[in-house]
Ligand binder design. Sequence first.
Ligand code: 3EB
Length: 332
Amino acid sequence: MTSTHAPRPSFRNLKEVAQVAPGRHILGVANFTTGSADPSVDEGYPSVAIHMTGSVEDGFAEVWTSDRPVRAGQAGSMSYAHDGEFLFCTGRIPETADYVEATEAAYTEVLALTGSLGYRQLVRIWHYISRLNEETAEGLETYRAFCLGRARVLERYGMTDDMPAATVIGSHGGGIVFYFLASRGGTQINVDNPRQVPPYHYPRRYGVKSPNFARATYVRSDDGATQIYVSGTASILGHRTMNAGDVEGQCRLALDNIAYLIGEGNLSAHGIQPGRTLDDLRTVKVYVRRRSDIERVQRICRTAFSRSADVVFLHADICRHDLLVEIEGIVP
Ligand code: 3EB
């Protein structure tokens, strides 16, 4: 296999995190497991634990590696590592009554850190939020409080419609755990999906402040390697939830949305060649709101993705009450 400088993700057994291939270095680790833990650089690389599974056996580690040596560090409560071209960073906001303020503070720290380290281009962001659909003390849904805090910071930085691919999904505890990739500023194109209204143009009924993320982000690293990061994608057309109450219909529509997003027509409209298909996706995460729906979703996904793709299924809340499934992945 040819080695490229692009950061490479893989899903591993929780106990096999440190067993990286020769010549590769760990850039960061997100452990999907039975509890949350603050980020640390204890083993020489940043790692964090996210409460996403009901048993240790179901747990896994998302391990990001680089073919270049990395430098790790701690900034306040955030842990990070960088390889000269890409930065991995993770942080946690403990459970709080005020996620607006806390999210604002965290995003401010994120942008201060990416600025000071010189990795100013955000590439891909994941957020895992406990009590996602519950109301906070101020009577605002946690997700909407998060969106408000995020938007306030991005408005200050003039970045509201300039954000990369993202995921916001429910966790089983621990406040907000986030991790992200950023780059020094190589080629990057944020990709829209014309089937779906850009999140920052969602009508107000979905929240005081719109979400800020792109449907996908295309990156080309210094050596010419390309990747497409696909955001958490749901059964939404225009700005509306489709197939309410029908998990199989939602799953198929989410897959259709991704297929269109990374297909030839849409990518070439963004100046990207060639088109990709669902078969090209790797390291796929499928989030399912009701545990009892997981098997049905698995059956559909098994035929949709390549047998070479790692696909994990997680029981999780989703940003809208009526969304039953959400799917993300990466085209390496
Ligand atoms: C959606 O399309 C589903 O707020 O950053 C997916 C991915 C969703 C990211 C975010 C929200 C976010 O609106 C929800």
